[in-house]
Design a binder for this molecule. Sequence first.
Ligand SMILES: Cc1ncc(COP(=O)(O)O)c(C=O)c1O
Length: 356
Amino acid sequence: MLNANTERLNELQAAIDALPRIPLANLPTPLEHCPRMSAEVGGPTLWVKRDDLTGLAMGGNKTRMFEYVLGQVKADGMDTVVGGAAVQSNYCRQLAAACAKAGLDCHLVLRRVRGEKDDQIQGGILLDLVVGAHVTVVDAPRWPELGELVRAKAEELSNQGKKVFTARVGNESGLGLYAVSYAAAAIELVKQAEELDLKIDELWLCSSDTTQAGLAVGLKHMESPIKLVGVPALPEPVMPGWTFEECIGSIANESAELLGLSTRLDPSELISLTDYVGPGYGVMDDTHREALRLVGRTEGLLLDPVYTSKMVSGLLDHIRTGRISGDENIVFLHTGGLPALFAYNEELHLTLEVTT
Ligand SMILES: Cc1ncc(COP(=O)(O)O)c(C=O)c1O
């Protein structure tokens, strides 16, 4: 194979297949060529892996993850899930939809990050409500404080006799299981590339932890030469005092252990480019807006304002400054997040010609 060792791929697949899983995602997601975007930037040949099309309440990377996480929750006989993140959280939107599909009661505690704009029923939070989640919006200064509120909600429901699974950010353990789904996605990608006779040089994505961890452990186990480049959307990891590479490496190793594989990653083997976050999590700058509009204008493809537009701004910067050469094949992973676009109408700085 062009991008992996076949024997190692089969070994990884067998280890993944041994875990409980419920089918939630539309797989495989397409791998699409971006000829007009490639021509516009005058650089490498660009491809997009469409994980925005995984399904569940408008898709995204978490849908793959909940196949394994809720597979285990169901296997353990739980009936209720409590989770939390920012108000426009894609994790929570897909969790809510996954719970609906799996027949689990879902409670979300969501943190305001954009002031009173976050009190509007718009974007992701609208979808949370449509798929039947019980939603509370709170002020929490940082992620650890939100975690406490999520755990308090879980305790309240346990005291009522529910069998509760506490999800992120109330429970930051078991992240290796989330990442397993992206080791599986790495297999999916190298198989698709094989069919296209495509040798991938680099795979870019926006991630601060589980997505990159899964791809990293999957690619390393398969002895793949693909260079993995992560761009976080947060200025610092959810785990205080850690670097992104340490977080991602530790989740990757937890994942390998869970799969019974001897592959391990050292933080020094990982790339996490923190230069493209801009003013802060969930806040766009002009480079993010430019990336979003360039991809929209050239490929008719929608990026999201919080994650993928930041990653593509980094990719464009690397192309324009010659750090990626014209003869390379670059795949970028679209991890979803599209419902937030509608809640970011002002931040996109779009103008409309209106006649009276
Ligand atoms: C659209 C989108 N892209 C990327 C990510 C990053 O995923 P992670 O840091 O869990 O790997 C998220 C996480 O919420 C997301 O919603």
